[in-house]
Design a protein around this ligand. Sequence first.
Ligand code: 5GP
Ligand code: ZN
Length: 115
Amino acid sequence: MGCIFCEIINRGQKGDIIFETKELVAFKDIHPKAPVHILVVPRQHIVSLVDTDASRREILGNLFSAAADIARMQGIAESGFKVVMNVGRGGGQIIDHLHVHVLGGWKEEDNRELP
Ligand code: 5GP
Ligand code: ZN
């Protein structure tokens, strides 16, 4: 059972990776819902937030602080942005590898549909 995010992380479709650390990788969403739409993904294959507990606190913290770094890098920290995590099918999660969406860069008139 292949995981597309593990493939991106391991095979490194490098063109798309915009930020990486020892624990996580960030790349552009293939179907962007905003002018800036980046996915932040732990290297470790964790299915969803429900598969985390206190032992994964550090990974979860790293995802959010990377989201802030990425927002600064992408020039959307000042204007503001959204950080979205979908959990399970009912929560809109399609890819079963934990991730956060970083969305921003809208103009006033843009529709702000969430992933
Ligand atoms: P979810 O609904 O699981 O929170 O979001 C999964 C996101 O992954 C979607 O926004 C979708 O566009 C994106 N996505 C799906 N397949 C690929 C892929 O192969 N490459 C990239 N870069 N993004 C993908
Ligand atoms: Zn995976």
